[in-house]
Ligand binder design. Structure first.
Ligand SMILES: Cc1cc2nc3c(=O)[nH]c(=O)nc-3n(C[C@H](O)[C@H](O)[C@H](O)COP(=O)(O)O)c2cc1C
Length: 334
């Protein structure tokens, strides 16, 4: 039997790149896709009012090469989320994900993101409305709890309530969000990670597809989670800062497929895309800012970053800057 689209996306979720505001925009995803054909890519969070009232093509447009790609929505109004889901589906996303994990102030004030961990019933209403509106799979990204909640109690209750409404795939950031007193950045570092609890959720609810997220820094570490029974691993900052280490090796290590092209070839493959962007009035830096980590940990990495950072910003900056940065890497590596 041919593989169903949902199964294909679930398989891609063995390794996914986390949604990251200001980082995982369409240029970043295009770049990541040059390294891995198989990993699942998430957009930045887009709020449901923005989808409904905003510039949709700018917020939702993407290149066909980015598939499989999931849109993350933020919101807590079931009717709005359903409408946003319907609109987003028209753009061809492979999955719609609801953000129940992001603790930033702006997000809290709109009553969405991590604060929804306190309102599983509302999350259930939201996802039920989204599922009604969608043909693709609706998923949830959440934390293990917030503030003084006891994760061992609230996480299973949350998963039971939300899965009863029809969501069977979750990405769980394995730490609490502290909604008072910590910045979003601190909320990604200070609350301790609790991986065993996420692993226990998979044992307790084997019918759920569960990806673990938070602090994962290598494919070897990622593979360990799969060996221990989890279905997927979601990587955020490491994939962004060390894209070659994570995504350049992912197809081979995580998916048993042909390895991707080497880092130099990735740059070559980016050139037509960048040229097209420049031709349409875009700036070099809008794309190359996501590529700064490509040579991370390798000879020439510093020169690569320096040339792109120093010369990539101006309106005149073109592909010659990319070539100069590459020449710097080759010079040091020779
Ligand atoms: C710059 C940045 C922006 C983020 N934006 C979002 C977001 O829009 N939605 C979301 O669910 N999580 C967001 N996160 C959290 C990540 O998705 C992820 O859960 C977190 O970074 C932990 O994973 P990591 O340790 O692998 O980075 C963001 C993280 C970073 C660093």
């Amino acid at each position: 039997m041919p593989e169903q689209p949902v199964d294909k996306v679930r398989r891609a979720a063995r390794l996914s790149v986390a949604p990251m505001m200001d980082w995982t925009d369409r240029h970043c995803r295009f770049f990541h896709r040059q390294m891995s054909r198989h990993a699942l890519l998430y957009t930045e969070m887009v709020t449901s009012p923005a989808v409904i009232h905003g510039d949709r093509d700018r917020l939702l447009g993407f290149d066909a090469i980015e598939h499989p790609v999931a849109l993350q929505l933020g919101g807590s109004d079931p009717r709005e989320l359903a409408e946003a889901t319907r609109i987003a589906e028209g753009y061809g996303y492979d999955e719609i994900n609801l953000n129940v994990g992001c603790p930033s102030d702006r997000v809290q004030s709109g009553c969405f993101g991590a604060v929804l961990m306190e309102r599983p019933g509302l999350v259930a209403d939201c996802v039920a409305a989204m599922i009604d509106a969608a043909r693709v799979e609706v998923t949830v990204k959440c934390r293990i709890g917030v503030d003084d909640q006891v994760p061992e109690d609230v996480l299973p209750a949350f998963l039971e309530t939300v899965s009863a409404a029809g969501v069977t795939r979750f990405a769980i950031h394995a730490r609490k969000a502290w909604l008072q007193g910590l910045s979003p950045r601190e909320n990604r570092e200070i609350p301790p990670l609790n991986y065993p609890l996420v692993e226990e959720m998979k044992q307790r609810y084997p019918h759920l597809h569960i990806s673990v997220n938070g602090g994962i820094q290598s494919l070897e570490q990622a593979g360990g989670f799969l060996d221990r029974g989890l279905d997927g691993v979601m990587v955020g900052r490491s994939a962004y800062h060390e894209p070659w280490e994570i995504l350049g090796r992912a197809d081979h290590v995580m998916f048993g497929a042909e390895p991707g092209p080497d880092a130099f070839e990735v740059v070559e493959r980016m050139k037509p895309y960048i040229a097209n962007h420049l031709q349409h009035g875009g700036r070099l830096h809008q794309i190359t800012r996501h590529m700064l980590g490509l040579f991370h940990g390798r000879p020439g990495a510093r020169g690569w970053r320096r040339v792109l950072s120093e010369r990539g910003h101006g309106g005149e900056a073109g592909l010659d800057v990319l070539d100069a940065a590459l020449a710097e890497v080759r010079r040091v590596a020779a």
